[in-house]
Design a protein around this ligand. Structure first.
Ligand code: SF4
Length: 880
């Protein structure tokens, strides 16, 4: 790298070519004050606080002046200090005199700058610049009287999150950041990610409901507990209460200076009145059996005793363990060990199953996990990005920021989705594929690319097997036949081929693929296309699987799955089973385990007698809520370990009060394969305990494993037995390490190659006569998953998001619907009633149903079947 040598304040320094003077100073520990500069934003030169003097005596703004060889720079001469003081004096002269009541307190950078420059009272005529106080939305307060026009909020909005909700309005003294037509933020396209708030140097932007709650006395980095992006947070606490959440000041984090609305604002659910603060037990003998607080010893003795009794009476298969992809790696490891080693059953699953996470098995089997080598930072170097059935702007918003920035930088993006999602505005091509047409689309694309000879023959020869058979199978695919299956014109498919031809393809796969009947076949087709185009391996493209929950990847890695042992090793492999029997000094169950829906159905038919639910709410998350309730009622024993009261916990015989992510130590694995450990920020409420401690204390009563009385002991066992997690530690982040040759795509000699998957043709299904519409369900950014946690957030509830149905203008006209009308949507399995809105994002015949809202009643439209085909279904709609 070319370097530049210059002198700052008499010190000879070097910096990389292209650095600004401010960056050169920062790299060499020379402090230059600044207000409008942020390393993630383009330099702007607005505040002029970074004025420095060059060798010819000219004053220049260091943030926008490139460093050049031989420069001699002074940063703090009397002349510079005089100018800086004048700048700050002018800012203070138009600032309101409300510092004593300002939530920013001593963290205000303007106040700090004034103090550092020795400015007390300003002798200038005060001209406070009063502007309207805005607080109609539930997330943030804008007091633009305190705005110093640094432009950080506007630049963050435009450059980092690519929303464009605000810009400068007016000129001169009246200038301010504002929305179009100066409406309230809640009436604009602002997504309340709060990035502007975190960057604001003064008290112009502050979080709602946190005024006078106390300034953070302590700050601790943690990991967001919502989606699989795994954003790093800095959480501020005061007297064991969380009072502030911001993006961590860590340039290496996945999120940099950004967060989304959930990460920034929805962690207030931790202080919800719905928190469980003590173990509870149902006093069966009383007339009105209700859950009453008990001691931990009583609760744990009861759980261990009942599980032992039921196992002795009905055998290990009569007990199920329904875990959580929100819990930590350590907790998932202990939970599946509780099932397999203490109870002798493979009946263990985690909530990621609802979102089709287990469907990714095909990719693991074929590549030994190598498809997980893609990092979000690599998106900026992608050849072409292909988004299939995913709406990252809502499900994983920080990933959407990466995608938008890549598209803005000229990287072609294709979006295949039946709905016009937000990312379509950034895409070169939108393929409005029918809700079940993805498999036919991918096969058609592969066939056309092969016709053009668009493959990476070197990669195919080096890393794969079975290419000829794959070629032959695709030769039978007829593009004309794809039309009815995909709903796309041949010209649209050909346009996609033009964009993909000769490129390494980065795939982003969402729930439009994962929550479908043929998910494994569609994923196999994606893998085939990746292999033939040589798109796998570090820096080549890769496959991103959108994970709705924070530890979906990690829960599977830890073996919280009926058919996977830790390290995603198949339970069915006798060799691997033997290895784990040796590791754990036990005989493992030869019986196949039950997944989440199967456990409910086993409870329904009476073969499952006890269910231990950790951090899941199946009564809301699974389809057919009344059926799930009936099944749970039949159990002899139901134990729920959770942080919030919920419908499932209300049915339990024993409830164990767990700790949320900010109240315990642990680690999550993000959708990139980034393993991130964290420490507690505050203590759990009341008598609640970290879930890993509860599991350890229970295992102590059941014998056969442990003790795991420290989190380090659990981590040591994970590191020892799961090579992919050899780097797991308690100090900093690490990456999963798929270390087989196959996984790293460094296949040499006779080593096993990655075989192409069989080509499966999609079939056209005839539309259901009585159910002529297709309901597509999906996440809105304010309610994640089943909404159990986001509905406990006061701020999210303050938005009053009713989860309106959406219908196309043509269907609305045909059915005489107006915006705001109430509608009934009915499927063969259930019905829901909601208000609707007319949306041009939908094609005729499709209806959109947001999940999470209204007790997640969207799941009532689906059947509790084996396959998690819970993304779309045939429905009818009429006025309520
Ligand atoms: Fe949290 Fe996901 Fe939002 Fe990041 S993108 S702040 S991990 S919810």
């Amino acid at each position: 790298m070319e370097t530049i040598a210059l002198t700052i304040d008499g010190k000879k320094i070097t910096c990389p070519a292209g650095s600004s003077l401010l960056e050169a100073a920062d790299q060499n520990d020379i402090k230059i004050p600044r207000l409008c500069y942020h390393p993630d934003l383009k330099p702007y030169g607005a505040c002029r606080m970074c004025l420095v003097e060059n060798e010819s005596g000219r004053l220049v703004a260091a943030c926008v002046t490139p460093a050049a060889t031989g420069m001699e720079i002074q940063t703090a001469t009397p002349r510079i200090l005089k100018h800086r003081r004048n700048i700050v004096r002018l800012m203070i002269a138009e600032h309101p005199e409300s510092c004593i009541l300002c939530a920013k307190g001593n963290r205000c950078q303007l106040r700090q700058a004034a103090a550092n420059l020795g400015i007390g009272e300003t002798d200038l005529y005060p001209m406070p610049n009063h502007k309207p106080f805005e607080e109609a939305n539930p997330f943030m307060i804008r007091d633009l009287s305190k705005c110093i026009l640094c432009g950080k909020c506007i630049r963050a909005d435009h450059e980092l999150v690519e929303i464009g909700a605000i810009d400068y309005n007016m000129r001169g003294f009246r200038s301010r950041p504002a929305t179009v037509h100066d409406r309230g933020l809640e009436q604009s396209n602002c997504t309340f990610c709060g990035t502007c708030l975190s960057l604001c140097p003064t008290g112009a932007l502050s979080a709602k409901n946190m005024q006078f709650a106390g300034s953070p006395a302590e700050e601790q980095d943690s990991i967001c507990g919502f989606c699989g992006v795994g954003c790093r947070l800095t959480i501020g606490s005061f007297e064991n209460r969380i009072v502030e959440v911001n993006p961590a000041h860590d340039s290496e984090s996945v999120n940099g200076a950004t967060l989304c609305v959930r990460g920034h604002f929805a962690h207030d659910y931790l202080g919800s009145s719905r928190r469980l603060v003590s173990p509870l037990m149902r006093k069966e003998k009383e007339a009105q059996p209700e859950l009453v607080p008990i001691s931990w010893d009583e609760a744990l003795d009861r759980v261990a005793g009942r599980l032992k009794d039921i196992k002795d009476k009905y055998g290990p298969q009569s007990i199920g363990f329904m875990g959580s992809s929100k819990c930590t790696l350590e907790e998932n490891y202990l939970f599946q060990k509780l099932a397999r080693v203490c109870m002798g059953t493979n009946n263990v699953d985690n909530g990621g199953h609802v979102y089709g996470q287990s469907q990714t098995r095909i990719l693991d089997e074929k590549t030994d996990g190598g498809y997980r080598l893609a990092h979000l930072a690599d998106l900026k170097n992608a050849d072409v990005i292909f988004i299939l059935g995913a709406d990252p702007s809502h499900s994983v918003p920080v990933m959407a920021y990466y995608l938008k920035r890549a598209a803005r930088n000229g990287i072609p993006m294709i979006v295949a989705d039946p709905r016009r999602t937000e990312l379509v505005n950034f895409a070169r091509l939108w393929l409005p594929v029918t809700p079940a047409g993805d498999l036919a689309l991918i096969n058609a694309l592969s066939a056309l690319l092969l016709e053009r000879d668009s493959c990476d023959q070197g990669f195919i020869d080096r890393c794969t097997a079975g290419f000829s058979a794959f070629q032959q199978a695709l030769a039978g695919i007829n593009l004309d036949e794809s039309g009815p299956m995909t709903g796309l014109e041949p010209a649209a498919i050909k346009s996609a081929v033009d964009l993909l031809s000769g490129k390494k393809i980065t795939f982003v796969i969402g729930h439009g693929i994962l929550q479908r009947k043929n998910a494994d076949k569609s994923l196999a087709a994606v893998l085939n296309l990746s292999l033939m185009s040589g798109s796998l391996g570090r820096g080549r493209g890769g496959i991103f699987i959108v994970s709705k929950e924070n530890n979906q990847q990690g829960a599977l890695d830890m073996g919280a799955s009926p058919d996977l042992l830790p390290g995603r090793q198949p339970v069915g492999s006798s060799g691997l089973k033997k290895v784990w029997e040796q590791n754990w000094h036990t005989k493992l169950s030869p019986d196949a385990g039950l997944n989440m829906p199967e456990m409910i159905r086993a409870a329904e038919n009476g073969s499952l007698k006890a269910l231990y639910i950790l951090g899941e709410n199946p009564l809301t998350a699974l389809p057919q809520h009344a059926r799930v309730k009936r099944a749970l009622k039949k159990l002899d024993f139901l134990v729920v370990q959770d942080i919030l009261t919920n419908k499932t916990a209300a049915m339990a015989h024993v409830v164990l009060a767990g700790a949320a992510m900010a109240e315990k130590a642990g680690a999550f694995t993000s959708l990139e394969g980034r393993i991130q450990s964290f420490l507690p920020v505050v203590a759990p409420p009341g008598k609640a305990r970290a879930d890993w401690k509860i599991l350890d204390q229970l295992q102590a009563r059941l014998g056969r494993t442990g003790p795991f009385d420290t989190i380090d002991k659990i981590r040591a066992e994970i590191r020892r037995f799961i090579p992919m997690y050899a780097a797991l530690n308690g100090h900093h982040e690490a990456w999963i390490q798929p270390n087989a040759q196959k996984a790293a795509f460094h296949i040499q000699g006779d080593a096993e190659r990655i075989s192409f998957c069989p080509v499966v043709s999609a079939r056209v299904t005839s539309p259901e006569k009585n159910y002529p519409f297709t309901a597509i369900v999906g996440t809105r950014r304010y309610q994640l998953g089943s909404g159990t946690r986001t509905r406990a957030s006061g701020r999210i509830q303050g938005l009053g998001s009713a989860g309106r149905l959406e219908i196309s203008p043509a269907d609305a006209a045909a059915l005489d619907f107006s915006d705001g009308d109430s509608a009934v949507v009915r499927s063969p399995w259930g019905e829901i009633r909601r208000a609707l809105r007319i949306s041009s994002d939908l094609k005729q015949g499709n209806i959109f149903v947001p999940t999470g809202a209204n007790g997640n009643d969207a799941m009532e439209l689906f059947e509790l079947a084996d396959e998690t085909e819970w993304k779309s279904c045939a429905v009818q709609i009429e006025k309520a």
